[in-house]
Write a protein that binds this ligand. Structure first.
Ligand code: ZN
Length: 240
């Protein structure tokens, strides 16, 4: 089975559509949360996802956009975007976000937005944080999003954690005890503005990280028209 792994679409339909085109054929989409927030097309992104076989876990921006977490926890730009998103959502799409689980496990894989220890809020951005999380999932692999940075953490021999930046475009086998972040589709933050995602073949556990260009200017133009904070649009150009 071929799985399309996406995270942090953030209402960026141009980026999502570029990923769907680039991915070719796949059987199931696994989405690691933050479908909405920041970007200009929340309903369209949710509807793309709903139209394909998928599993999705909930992210902090999803929850903020349906009033399930307090937006005072966000910086002013993120808060403004969450409040704008809340006003755009159709009743049906709001209901879709409200039913998303915080975690999902199937076969050898656990899915969460942040970390297995704190699914909504914690960023897995170092070996010390990964080390605190090995005991919080029972499957061989855990897929996370939230940081918008593609990366892998692996608990190797003698329980030593190894951090690996992905080799984009190369298929590689995952070893058991690995936490994988496919990077962000709609707002990459690793100084590369291209949309980031992964294809995962199961049960072989072979993964390929991919990057794809999309029309950043189109998303920025829609953000300007919507009156979303200018900084949220400009950051897309530099992948931050
Ligand atoms: Zn995010």
């Amino acid at each position: 089975m071929r799985i399309l792994v996406i995270s942090d679409v953030h209402s960026n339909l141009a980026a999502l559509d570029a990923v769907l085109l680039d991915a070719g054929q796949w059987d199931m989409t696994w989405c690691l949360g933050d479908v909405i927030g920041y970007g200009p097309q929340p309903n369209e992104c949710i509807e793309r996802l709903r139209a394909m076989p998928h599993v999705c876990v909930v992210g902090n921006h999803d929850l903020a956009s349906v009033g399930r977490i307090d937006t005072s926890l966000f910086n002013p730009d993120a808060k403004a975007a969450a409040l704008w998103t809340a006003r755009q959502l159709t009743a049906r799409n709001r209901a879709f976000i409200e039913q998303l689980p915080e975690r999902y496990a199937e076969g050898d894989v656990t899915l969460v937005h942040g970390s297995p220890r704190h699914p909504v809020w914690e960023y897995v951005t170092s070996c010390s944080i990964a080390d605190a999380n090995w005991g919080h999932f029972e499957t061989k692999y855990c897929l996370v999003g939230h940081s918008h940075v593609p990366i892998m953490y692996h608990k190797g021999s003698a329980s030593r954690c190894e951090e690996t930046a992905p080799d984009v475009g190369r298929r590689q086998s995952l070893s058991p005890h690995t936490i994988v972040n496919p990077g962000g589709v709609g707002q990459p933050r690793d100084a590369d503005p291209r949309a980031s995602y992964a294809l995962l073949d199961l049960p072989d556990a072979v993964i390929e990280f991919r990057r794809v260009d999309y029309d950043v200017g189109r998303t920025q133009e829609l953000m300007r028209k919507a009156g979303l904070p200018p900084r949220l649009a400009s950051r897309l150009s530099i992948g931050w």
